[in-house]
Design a protein around this ligand. Structure first.
Ligand code: GLP
Length: 247
């Protein structure tokens, strides 16, 4: 595991965007796994900026998003379809047919999940998976104590995640209770993983994830077992790890 310390959020975003940009320049047909949440927004902004300057071309890239809420239509402002369109897809040249996001409105969730996994396999797997870190240690929407052995599947969100994400919805009761997410097994099959983490609020969970025991209680701890993980985190997020002399 490689840990890159950035001075602040902007620099974290730029460093992470550089890794994605290098991936796409070296292999224009890259299959990217993408994430939502507030942390990767700066990464997307930086990539959009370089795209506008003509430094990067996404026309042959394919993307698979990690997760989506159940029950929100793609035009709901808090759906991850909407987020991705607003923050990235609507501003770069990834062809619509190359974009894949789990369908949270399906009436047949089992078939949707199996089809999603199959599409990833047909594309040759994910070359680079971008991840954020949830306050509970979740990656995608794989909550604590979820089995490490799952591919794409439906999940019930933990109260803590509903509370954390209610800042986007206004009221906790408006946050969907269920979501569909790539599983830990799907994430671990990505060839490379890029984890972005920012802010003091994530310092404790980041230390547990990177240096604690590998346990389903801390889903992100499984990343310690992946052969090619880069963590790009700002100083605040790495503060406890540094304080304890672990880097
Ligand atoms: C959501 C997403 C995760 C994301 C997490 C952290 O729950 N499903 O993929 O990593 O939020 O979000 P933030 O970056 O806003 O802290």
């Amino acid at each position: 595991m490689k840990i890159m310390e950035a001075a602040d959020y902007k620099s974290m975003s730029r460093q992470a965007a550089n890794i994605i940009s290098a991936q796409v320049i070296l292999n224009p047909k890259s299959v990217l796994g993408l994430a939502t949440g507030s942390t990767p927004i700066g990464v997307y902004q930086q990539l959009i900026d370089w795209y506008r300057k003509g430094d990067i071309d996404f026309s042959s890239v394919h993307t698979f998003n990690l997760d989506e809420y159940c029950g929100l239509s793609p035009d709901h402002p808090q759906s991850y379809h909407y987020y991705m369109h607003e923050n990235f897809f609507g501003q770069v040249n990834i062809p619509q047919q190359n974009i894949h996001i789990p369908d949270g409105l399906t009436s047949d969730i089992t078939s949707e999940c199996a089809a999603y996994d199959k599409r990833i396999v047909l594309m040759g797997g994910i070359d680079l998976q971008l991840l954020g870190l949830g306050n509970t240690g979740h990656i995608g929407f794989n909550e604590p104590n979820e089995s490490f052995d799952k591919m794409t599947h439906p999940v019930a969100l933990k109260d803590e995640t509903i509370a954390a994400n209610s800042r986007f919805f206004g009221r906790p009761e408006d946050v969907p209770r269920y979501a569909v997410t790539m599983g830990i097994k799907s994430i671990m099959q990505a060839k490379k993983i890029l984890l972005v983490v920012s802010g003091e609020g994530k310092a404790e969970i980041l230390e547990k994830a990177l240096f604690g025991p590998v346990l389903p209680l801390v889903p992100a701890s499984i990343l310690q077992m992946h052969p090619d993980v880069t963590v790009v985190a700002d100083r605040e997020a790495l503060s406890l790890i540094r304080l304890h002399g672990l880097i």
